[in-house]
Design a binder for this molecule. Structure first.
Ligand SMILES: C[S@@+](CC[C@H](N)C(=O)[O-])C[C@H]1O[C@@H](n2cnc3c(N)ncnc32)[C@H](O)[C@@H]1O
Length: 218
């Protein structure tokens, strides 16, 4: 099977569109045997969302994660950033009834206007889809958007060697996962977070240490 290619020289295919977007939740559910959905519940519990939290969800997808976080809110809010039109349509269907969930059509890999507004920033299975320089922009955006003491949560691949993995993971990383993920899983992300100014870096590991929730504080 040919490896998926970027649609544009500088735009990664983490931008979800077409059939993949229309059936995103179903495809992920079937493709991961329900693991991703189960893990998200665990991860969102680990975020310890407080009723009054203002949360920024970067690359929010269909709104599934926003709904899980929203259960914990009372007085707080979620601002979701998503550029995929099909994803935004599903997001509006899921979350449109809530007055404290806001959806913005903003690119997370370009400078964002938010300054010290949020208690938490969540970025779930998005960062690995960007090249190094865009990852830095995204992390900087998260830093600027957080209030002092606010926390960033990155749910994504852990650091690991594909060659040391089993055949299913090797096949997935070599043929299905988007190209920048190959470099992402080798990057020392805690070091990047620390250089950006984050501290108190924590690491929750899942799925034989292949997946992690990185947390850090501004
Ligand atoms: C792999 S999906 C993950 C969705 C969701 N966070 C989840 O955990 O299910 C990546 C999402 O990021 C969105 N996305 C990709 N590039 C983006 C960008 N530059 N700015 C905002 N959203 C982006 C895609 O459209 C897609 O919905």
């Amino acid at each position: 099977m040919a490896k998926r290619r970027w649609r544009h020289a500088d735009k990664p295919d983490i931008e979800t569109s077409g059939i993949e977007a229309r059936f995103y939740d179903q495809l992920v559910f079937v493709g991961t045997f329900g693991l991703y959905h189960r893990l998200l519940k665990v991860v969102i519990e680990a975020m310890d969302v407080q009723p009054g939290d203002h949360i920024l969800d970067m690359g929010a997808g269909t709104g599934k994660n926003a709904l899980l976080m929203h259960r914990h809110l009372e007085g707080g809010s979620i601002t979701a950033l998503e550029i995929g039109s099909e994803m935004r349509k599903q997001f509006r269907q899921k979350c449109g009834g809530y007055s404290n969930i806001f959806l913005e059509n903003l690119r997370i890999d370009e400078p964002l206007p938010f300054r010290e507004q949020f208690d938490k920033v969540f970025i779930s299975y998005v960062l690995h889809g960007f090249e190094l320089q865009y990852r830095a922009v995204i992390i900087q955006n998260a830093y600027q958007a957080l209030k002092p003491g606010g926390k960033l949560f990155i749910f994504d691949w852990n650091r690991f060697e594909v060659q040391e993995s089993g055949p299913i993971m090797r096949f997935f990383m070599n043929h299905i996962e988007c190209d920048p993920a190959t470099d992402f899983i080798r990057q020392d992300l805690p070091e990047v977070l620390s250089l950006t100014g984050f501290g108190d870096i924590g690491n929750n590991l899942y799925f034989r240490n292949r997946i992690r929730l990185l947390s850090c504080a501004k």
